[in-house]
Design a protein around this ligand. Structure first.
Ligand code: STX
Length: 315
């Protein structure tokens, strides 16, 4: 069978800014066909921002694709702000944006943190979701956060882990997320910068099956790391702002009727396959694709093949 690749690079036919309340303003863009079927792309992190290749998972003749930088990151302002920045603010922002664009329902596409936000949105506003395409499944359960930032991924990447530990004094290492939150909001610019870089590079180090030195450089830059580290850490010390551990999988019945594809890399060290498996067990109707030879990112060939296949199937 033919291996599917990304659609060619495309420029937005329109971009804009939208005030969403609490002093936050979002950058958004639309690409593809203005008369096409609507879709929205939810980026990861939280705090990761939109990248140009995210436009390329959709046939530009068929889809009207909306992309936006979530509160506090990318080109949205105030940059790196944690004020009025929670999962439920982002869910509301999606509604504000959807109404602004006069879209009645859209396909929701999201990976990693984007998969969590997609599930939170679909469980709150199922009537506005036509389909779901999810990959690198992340639901922010305590066990998932512990794996990433306390004891788990550290066993696979002990070398990168040493650099993650370095900014935290010994006494703070029993609670690394809490200690990082204090460093990232300490008010000392040098401490904040070093902590943001170490947090961001740790995550950048574990994302793909094959190492990517260019990604590590990008993750180390202040212009990316500060928003990414602060916003992620803020969401994670707050358990994603869910009312209970496991909420997104427990509440699957609210969105279970929506046609969905779930794509998960077997060797995803960032969000291990256990979570996607638990979601698959709770939601057997969704088309589950466990890719045998990929890690976390949407740029790995096997993940691209399944993700483009998913949107092609729904066009
Ligand atoms: N964060 C998982 C996540 O959503 C724990 C994520 N990790 N890296 C990314 O997203 C980007 C590559 C999109 C920045």
């Amino acid at each position: 069978m033919e291996t599917r690749s990304l659609y060619p690079p495309v420029d937005p036919y329109r971009s804009g800014r939208l005030a969403v309340g609490d002093g936050h303003e979002l950058y958004f863009e639309e690409c593809g066909n203005p008369e096409g079927k609507p879709a929205v792309f939810l980026h990861g992190g939280p705090g990761g921002g939109v990248r140009p290749h995210y436009r390329q998972y959709f046939d530009p003749e068929a889809w009207r694709v909306v992309l936006f930088d979530q509160r506090g990151c990318g080109r949205s302002t105030p940059w790196a702000s944690l004020e009025a920045n929670t999962t439920w603010h982002l869910v509301r922002d999606m509604e504000t944006l959807r109404e602004h664009l006069a879209i009645s329902s859209w396909l929701v596409f999201g990976g990693s943190w984007g998969s969590a936000l997609a599930l939170a949105y679909a469980q709150t506003h199922p009537e506005h979701v036509s389909e779901l395409v999810l990959y690198g499944i992340f639901t922010l359960r305590r066990s998932e956060l512990r794996w990433l930032y306390q004891d788990g991924a550290s066993h696979v990447f002990p070398d990168a882990w040493e650099d993650f530990l370095a900014p935290v004094p010994e006494a703070g290492r029993d609670d690394l997320m809490g200690s990082y939150m204090r460093l990232l909001t300490s008010g000392d610019p040098d401490l904040e910068r070093e902590a943001a870089r170490a947090w961001s590079v740790w995550e950048g180090s574990i994302l793909s099956l094959i190492p990517d030195p260019l990604r590590l450089k990008r993750f180390a830059r202040d212009a990316f790391a500060r928003a990414f580290a602060r916003i992620e850490c803020h969401y994670f010390v707050n358990g994603g702002f869910f009312s209970r551990d496991g909420q997104l999988i427990d509440d699957i019945d609210r969105c279970r009727h929506i046609p969905a594809v779930i794509v998960q890399g077997r060797y995803d060290v960032c969000t291990p396959a256990r979570t996607a498996w638990d979601l698959h067990r709770a939601w057997p109707e969704a088309d589950f694709r466990l890719v045998p030879d990929t890690g976390h990112t949407a740029l790995e060939p096997g993940n691209i093949h399944e993700l483009v296949g998913a949107t092609d199937g729904f066009r």
